[in-house]
Design a protein around this ligand. Sequence first.
Ligand code: PMP
Length: 443
Amino acid sequence: TPDDTRPETAESAALFARALAVTPGGVNSPVRAFNAVGGTPRFVQRASGAFLYDADGREYVDLICSWGPMLLGHAHPGVQAAVQEAVSRGTSYGTPTVPEVELAEEIVVRTPVEKVRFVSSGTEATMSAIRLARGFTGRELVVKFAGCYHGHVDALLAAAGSGLATLSVPGTPGVPVASTAATLVLPYNDPAAVERAFAEHGDEIACVITEASPGNMGVVPPLPGFNKMLAETCARHGALFVSDEVMTGFRVSRSGQWGLDGAREGWTPDLVTFGKVMGGGFPAAAFGGRADVMAMLSPEGPVYQAGTLSGNPVATTAGLATLRLATEEVYAGLDRAAGLLADEVDKALTEAGVAHVVQAGGNMFSAFLLDEPPTTDSVRDFAAASAQNVARYRAFFHAMLDQGVYLPPSAFEAWFLSSAHDDAVLDRVVSALPAAARAAAAV
Ligand code: PMP
């Protein structure tokens, strides 16, 4: 562990020790721990704009952005004001409220969904979408792709098959074999594997669920036409196409990944899941889609789904304020910043002689640090993403952290920017890159 004992992280180390005594692994979501990179996670006490401030008073440029939600940066005054006003009127009533209608209207306007139902996490959104797809079709099989993460839903925590459609086994203890037995895992970006799965099981498949543009194996965007092919194949076989936009929704464009491909190519998903940005930093998520499919949902239809805090007025107010402030100008700025930074990471790694692929999907990007120069110009699936040298990433990560840049503490994650990452902030990141690239080269 490179830096546990250093005085400048003493306070975080002490807090982590206390946390370990009362919480498994000391964290409430696994990747916040530094298990993949070693060392002590920094306990953050406050955040503002593009910066995090830890318990030892150190400042970091934040390239996690709460794993996606903080599109406008931390403590945005417009979002803060809306939230404070909402809190002053009480925090939860268990009745319908105005902000949830307004947020639903905003989502329906921006995206291909006709109706939307709110939940509190991305996990709940994908779990409910799959239940609805199964209820609507009367079928049980779910197709997912290796390396795509859809939250900790039993049926979706399935190990990867090996290039073939295999009925899958659970990827974690505690998930009954029966829960994943109806899940088919296919390699990502592989239309032939999709065709084969449908040729064999076409009339049993309830839905295909995919990250709209994967960010949970590092950033591995869909090859041109892949999402379209999924939508068309599902339609041909009476299955539903579920596009998981929990990460990409309202982040890569004002209408998410669909705004970058579906709207242009002329296809629509049957169901879409959202989370992260639409909650503005609060626990809010949603699933939505075709009106006839959504009509199956309780109390209109027979498929049950519910939640005590679903559509919470504070969370939906934060989400609504965030979406209203996320103008075309914000997205243009994010695209530009991501392009610039991705180029600089590429340049620094090249100059240090580290074999790598830097890959972007919209304004999300990540770097794959490798042992050998890549044989293809892109990383297209989980097998290729897994060829990373994670020890090189570990060295890169800690060198950046030492210089005050907080990257995701795992090589299998997207890097996130916000509209608060201005040129001065980007310069700070850029100036830290050469030393980090040299540290990665030394591994
Ligand atoms: N789907 C995707 C694409 C995600 O990235 C995530 C979370 N990273 C989830 C679902 C699950 O969301 P949550 O963590 O809010 O349950």
